[in-house]
Design a protein around this ligand. Structure first.
Ligand SMILES: Cc1cc2nc3c(=O)[nH]c(=O)nc-3n(C[C@H](O)[C@H](O)[C@H](O)COP(=O)(O)OP(=O)(O)OC[C@H]3O[C@@H](n4cnc5c(N)ncnc54)[C@H](O)[C@@H]3O)c2cc1C
Length: 385
């Protein structure tokens, strides 16, 4: 029995390729791009060319074929060193495509090649004004009509709402409650009856955050994803993957920030010495490096467990609640070590702080994750000894 904490040679090579791309192509324009509300589609196409958007997706549409959540985690962690927002694209495409592969052949052919090539992206529309953490309380309706459904309702706080080609939308059969009766649909966002409203966040501006209104939007039969009335179960299963990947993305931004702080600490002098010689500076670097290392391996263990078919829901929730907190705190420490420069908009630290803060809430808050973990620990099965 062996236990290995290292990546394969192929994974390392891919990591090096992406690290170079993040350093040369992404980081130099991160601040400029982050101030814009347009997503940089040129960068998305570059990710497509690098093969990042097709990890684990069907080969016939341009993907790698093999399910490889660890590689996807490694990709997003590495890209986030350059640009957190661009690094979120492979997670979004992975999460959307994992649902589209349960759709009809027509839907897969229409959307998967473009998603994998980075030509466009999709939104995932679950949250509503009256339901976020309690997603099963959603109220949007899908009413059966000849040839399909009519959708009515509102989704809010949706990433990519403003730029996406389409959205994976969850809506319920009228008269049903909780998760029963919820189906998942592909909705082209140019469809008649769809309107969008931009929402400005404290970060993540290029992701085009917004709300989507659906006013009697017709959706044909072929746009149903998975089984009618079972859309909720499909969505929840895939969040187990995205939560760990999001954790790693946040940590990538934190790792880069702490490295910048370490370099700065050896160069900046105060009271006649490099500030790195003061334990008030060097110990926080050591502490945050320790937290990052711990959170990284929880996240990779979740993805490894998914790849090998082991239970990983609690691990994914551990990653999702802890890694964004660890990352935010590490970036804050790096900002403080940079003194006034850490607060300056000319340095990427403040931008990373604002972008990473999104993931304290997006994809499920810490409290929701702690609820999942504690229910696993406190279940009667586990406690029977
Ligand atoms: C940047 C960003 C991007 C997002 N992108 C998307 C997207 O693409 N698609 C999408 O569908 N949604 C998206 N969301 C929405 C996100 O998933 C929800 O905001 C999140 O699930 C929380 O829901 P809520 O905002 O309604 O808060 P609420 O559910 O109202 O929660 C409010 C507070 O109460 C706490 N709380 C709630 N229930 C409990 C409980 N049982 N025990 C303890 N505390 C509790 C929460 O932790 C939180 O602190 C995004 C959000 C953000 C900030």
């Amino acid at each position: 029995m062996s236990l290995e904490f290292r990546f394969t040679d192929e994974q390392e090579q891919f990591r090096e390729l992406l690290a170079d791309f993040a350093e040369r192509e992404l980081l130099p324009r991160y601040i400029e791009r982050s101030a814009a509300t347009e997503f940089p589609y040129d960068a998305l196409r570059q990710l497509g060319e690098l093969g990042v958007l097709g990890i684990g997706l069907p080969e016939q549409y341009g993907g790698t074929g093999e399910d490889d959540p660890v590689l996807l985690g490694l990709a997003t962690e590495t890209l986030a060193r350059g640009d957190v927002n661009i690094a979120s694209a492979p997670i979004q495409v992975g999460l959307v495509a994992a649902q589209l592969v349960h759709g009809t052949e027509a839907v897969q052919q229409r959307y998967l090649p473009g998603l994998i090539a980075g030509e466009f992206n999709f939104a995932i529309a679950l949250t509503e004004p009256g339901s976020g953490s309690d997603a099963a309380a959603l109220r949007m309706t899908a009413t059966r009509v000849p040839g399909g459904w009519r959708l009515n309702g509102e989704k809010t706080a949706i990433s990519w709402a403003m730029h996406a080609e389409g959205a994976v939308v969850y809506a319920r059969e009228p008269g049903t409650s909780r998760s029963a009766g919820v189906s998942c649909f592909v909705v082209p966002l140019g469809a008649e009856g769809v309107t969008k409203r931009h929402m400005l966040g404290m970060g993540c501006l290029p992701l085009g955050w917004g709300s989507l209104h659906f006013d009697d939007v017709f959706i044909p039969e072929e746009n149903l994803i998975g089984e009618e009335g079972r859309g909720f179960q499909v969505a929840m299963h895939h969040f187990d993957f995205s939560r760990a990947a999001i954790g790693l993305m946040c940590l990538g931004a934190a790792e880069r920030s702490l490295e910048e702080a370490a370099v700065y600490a050896t160069q900046r002098e105060a009271f006649g010495r490099p500030i790195a010689e003061y334990e008030g500076v060097s110990f926080p670097i050591a502490e945050h490096a320790t937290y990052i290392e711990g959170a990284r391996w929880v996240s990779y263990k979740a993805l490894w467990a998914r790849e090998h078919g082991f239970a990983h829901t609690s691990l994914a929730s551990m990653s999702k609640w802890w890694a964004p907190v660890v990352a935010k705190d590490a970036i804050e420490a790096a900002m403080k070590i940079h003194g006034n420069l850490g607060y300056s908009a000319e340095f990427p630290l403040q931008q990373r702080y604002r972008d990473v803060a999104a993931y304290l809430v997006a994809d499920g808050t810490a409290e929701v994750q702690l609820g999942i973990i504690s229910r696993g620990i406190l279940s009667t099965e586990r406690l029977e000894v």
